[in-house]
Design a protein. Structure first.
Length: 234
């Protein structure tokens, strides 16, 4: 699911080309003025407006009628607003970033409950929460209990794991489940491995295949360097 996070984080500032230019010929002409207006509203509110463009293009590719495309874009704008309000209500320090709003919106669509969002925001007040939200949402989408999934990811975060390493933790638990273990067994296996959960498998040709494992800092020892950042998977 790492590619989903990469796509969401790219859904921040719109490209230099205008919204209308991106939509012309791909979305019914009757819908373009309204969609453009909704996208401008999202941009003015510092929301991840490109997600609205993507929704419109998706409808156009499927041959959806103009009024239904506009309706879907309106619904997505309301969902992004809801995600931002939820972060603020849960104590997120301003400014709330478009990236976190995009990932929280994704997590809510995958079934993450507001109470679990509140736990994650409260437990990680000084660090980005995008990967934690994404990791818990992936676990929930695979049937894991929400509180148990949050417990695992927050335990990993407390041990120093951040960013993609939290996705390794959720991916490891999902892999254990696919091997035939029960949900409690899968969570227990991964929790015992913390903080040294193996890096999620990458395609043989991918440079991520050799990405070093991030380990929690040890008292009295300097943490090993993590190497150069790796590009997101396609």
């Amino acid at each position: 699911m790492r590619w989903c996070l990469a796509l969401l984080l790219l859904a921040g500032p719109l490209a230099a080309q205008s919204v209308r230019t991106r939509l012309e010929g791909r979305v019914p002409a009757a819908a373009i003025p309204v969609i453009d207006s909704l996208v401008q509203v999202a941009m003015a509110e510092s929301l991840p407006a490109d997600l609205l463009v993507q929704k419109a293009l998706e409808g156009g590719a499927k041959g959806v009628a103009p009024e239904f495309i506009v309706s879907a874009v309106r619904v997505n704008l309301d969902q992004l607003r809801r995600a931002r309000y939820m972060l603020v209500d849960d104590g997120d320090a301003p400014p709330t970033t478009a990236d976190e709003v995009a990932v929280l919106n994704y997590a809510l669509k995958r079934g993450l409950s507001p109470s679990v969002v509140n736990r994650i925001v409260a437990a990680l007040p000084t660090q980005p929460r995008s990967s934690a939200l994404h990791a818990v949402a992936d676990l929930v989408a695979h049937g894991f209990d929400q509180d148990s999934a949050a417990n695992l990811i927050l335990s990993a975060a407390r041990l120093g794991l951040q960013g993609e390493r939290l996705l390794d933790v959720s991916g490891r638990a999902i892999l254990e489940l696919q091997k035939g273990h029960t949900y409690p067994e899968a969570l227990g296996t991964v929790e015992r491995e913390l903080p040294d959960v193996p890096v999620a498998p990458a395609p043989p040709s991918s440079p991520e295949a050799t990405r070093p494992v991030q380990r929690a800092p040890q008292h009295g020892h300097q943490q090993a360097p993590q190497g150069a950042p790796k590009p997101p998977r396609p």
